[in-house]
Design a protein around this ligand. Structure first.
Ligand code: IPD
Ligand code: CA
Ligand code: CA
Ligand code: CA
Length: 262
């Protein structure tokens, strides 16, 4: 049974997805501003966040909020918080590449208990709740069954212009790629995580992520039978700023390589 909160999350994701699909059709007319080197935001991102916030805060006015475009707002209920990326994969979106998503998570007492990732361009809706499995369009998800690195493909994000984690990410690639069947960089962290949950990728790692990029994906992967941990750092993986995840058989090998530093 889907919880009432999950119904609220799915409704918000679909509504935001409809608005994004409309903007995507006329993407050349969108106003774009630059947040930093290689880091863009458009009216589509802001409008999507506005829609999601209206839906979620309308339904659950006491919960806190963390959204990429509007930041953090404390709620009357200090134990619950929405964590939202209104458009993950903005650079793809602005280039007309149909690989981007809405990501909505619910955190309770520091743990992610529910997540929705909606790939509106492909009409693929992923959702998971703690203890209730991970699903995509009504189909149960399982992480892949591959056991050897050399048979496996891994996704990552290569930091864009000016991010300090670039040297470490290039070292990861140099170490890992000769041992695998391939590395992918599709440009949406939320979908990278959803694809690990769906068994399309065997694992994913990235240095320099934010809570809104990974929150929903973390519960999807756990509920699909995989592992998601911080590359480095104590405390919950969602706040670590870096992440490594894979199916249970490959996690040790992948994390071992990514965690090795000289
Ligand atoms: C970005 C994408 C990208 C990842 C970056 C994120 P945005 O999110 O997920 O794949 O490599 O770390 O910041 O800015 O498009 O929401
Ligand atoms: Ca962004
Ligand atoms: Ca993002
Ligand atoms: Ca975003």
């Amino acid at each position: 049974m889907q919880s009432a909160n999950m119904n609220v999350m799915i409704k918000a994701a679909r509504k935001a997805g409809r608005s994004l699909v409309k903007d995507f059709r006329e993407v050349e007319n969108l106003q774009v501003s630059v947040k930093g080197a290689g880091d863009f935001v458009s009216r589509a991102d802001r409008e999507s966040e506005r829609i999601i916030k209206e839906e979620l805060r309308g339904a659950r006015p006491t919960y806190g909020w963390l959204g990429e475009e509007t930041g953090e707002e404390k709620g009357e209920d200090p134990t619950r918080r929405w964590i939202v990326d209104p458009l993950d994969g903005t650079t793809n979106f602005l280039h007309g590449l149909p690989h981007w998503a809405v990501s909505i998570a619910l955190e309770h007492k520091g743990e992610i208990v529910a997540g929705v990732i909606f790939d509106a361009a492909k009409d693929e809706l992923y959702h998971a709740e703690k203890g209730n499995g991970a699903w995509m369009n009504g189909q149960r998800l399982r992480v892949s069954g591959r056991r050897q690195l050399i048979e496996s493909i891994f996704a990552t994000g290569i930091p864009f212009a000016g991010r300090g984690t670039l040297p470490a990410s290039l070292q990861d690639l140099a170490r890992l790629s000769p041992q695998t069947a391939g590395i992918r960089r599709f440009g949406s962290a939320a979908l990278d995580l959803a694809y690990v949950a769906a068994g399309r990728y065997d694992g994913y790692w990235e240095r320099g992520v934010n809570a809104w990029d990974v929150a929903a994906g973390i519960v999807l992967i756990k509920e699909a039978g995989g592992f998601a941990e911080a590359i480095r750092g104590e405390g919950p993986v969602v706040d670590a700023g870096n992440i490594v995840c894979a199916n249970a058989a490959l996690f040790g090998d992948l994390a071992g390589i990514i965690r090795t530093r000289d």
